[in-house]
Design a protein around this ligand. Sequence first.
Ligand SMILES: NC(=O)c1ccc[n+]([C@@H]2O[C@H](COP(=O)([O-])OP(=O)(O)OC[C@H]3O[C@@H](n4cnc5c(N)ncnc54)[C@H](O)[C@@H]3O)[C@@H](O)[C@H]2O)c1
Length: 455
Amino acid sequence: MSNAIPIVRGYSHPYATSASPVTSPVTHSPILSSSIILKSNIGAARPKVLRPFAVGELRLLLLENISEEAVQTFKSHGFQVDHFKKAWSEDELVEKISVYHAIGIRSKTKITERVLQHAPKLLTIGCFCIGTNQVDLVAAARAGIPVFNSPFSNSRSVAELVVAEIIALARQLVDRAGEMRQGNWNKVSKGCWEIRGKTLGIVGYGHIGTQLSVLAEAFGLRVLYYDVVNIMPLGSAQQVNTLQTLLSQSDFVTLHVPELPETVNMISTTELAQMKRGAYLLNNARGRVVDIPALIAALKSGHLSGCAIDVFPSEPGANSEGAFNDQLNSWSSALRSLPNVILTPHIGGSTEEAQRMIGQEVSTSLTRYLLFGSTPGAVNFPEVDLRAISDDQTSFIRQVNEILSDHNVEKQFSDSKGDLAYLLADISDVSEADIRDLHDRLHKTRANIVTRLLT
Ligand SMILES: NC(=O)c1ccc[n+]([C@@H]2O[C@H](COP(=O)([O-])OP(=O)(O)OC[C@H]3O[C@@H](n4cnc5c(N)ncnc54)[C@H](O)[C@@H]3O)[C@@H](O)[C@H]2O)c1
């Protein structure tokens, strides 16, 4: 490889070929991390493209009416696809899953450990939805089966619903519309507001919070946000340091945090009291983030002017009349009876567009895993992806592996970008002499640019 460029930037220590400070090698079973950067012969080597094999023998089972686009994507890759509208019961799965290499489900099909025990050919599971609670993720990982989902494809749908709810709350829209349905004419303007110039407080400035921030500013709202992480503001939004600051300044407070031990009941009596009198609360995040009995008290006292709630601590497993009752959540009827309270059945992310994007994302993940073994996005698996590498890099990786093979390599990872490759290896139980030898041999390989030893 004539124009490979070994670059050694070492100066302070014979084994440290790095500009970073490196401590002296220790002799008592040190862990040695070696990062190696190499360059292949530009132009001379063609990247190797991985080719799938025997695709037509792979059988996919798609349940719960997964989008036609996903079905077509799989078929276009040559997979055999069986697709059904309904969810299958555990017994049905146990009976029929043994012939399938991949399964695509939504939230109703449960993939239990028992199902997995009857799935000897199963390679991967795709959840064409946000959550993955319906799959025994630990049992799947133990069986070597990565599970994929699509956690963020409905962010825009949620953000748009929140905008609609802000206006609906400010105008008491749902109450007025309900009265008209009853045949009652009740034209009021008292307590009805434009949203222009009001302050929106966003708790959790992630995928949904940031999209909402942009939409809200377009409506003339001033946007504040509170997040445990420092996040760059979009537009003119401002991050505040405490939840209390956000609560005390906002006319509308909307929650977009995950459910974590520290976010359960993060809005309770104390926080509600910190909100401005006449403000509104919106929860489209997770049901347990708001203490609902405390919210009911704040609404009844008139401290809050309304709320919009899409998510609940307990939610019915299926659509059914009368399911949102006091058996489900003891306070359901109390909440339903209050004015200017918008209750929706967890529809924040439920749009045709979100379903289409979920179909695209999960079918792509499954296809990439089946064809190339790539696991980025898997919820229960290490994320590994292989980029095309050149023939020169292949031969270098072989040389490096030969050098390292005499040692106890605890972890190793390599990747390449264009004609540049980077390899990290974590080696234990090496003496100072071993380190000297490793460094010298790695450094002498032809494609090596930099070898850096971290002890
Ligand atoms: N209603 C629906 O249909 C629907 C649809 C999609 C998502 N969701 C829910 O919406 C929520 C937000 O989703 P996302 O995709 O924006 O998530 P995300 O992970 O992109 O963002 C969450 C943000 O919350 C922040 N955060 C975490 N803990 C916090 C705390 N204690 N205080 C303040 N900020 C904190 C994180 O730093 C992050 O920036 C999730 O709970 C998700 O389950 C609901």
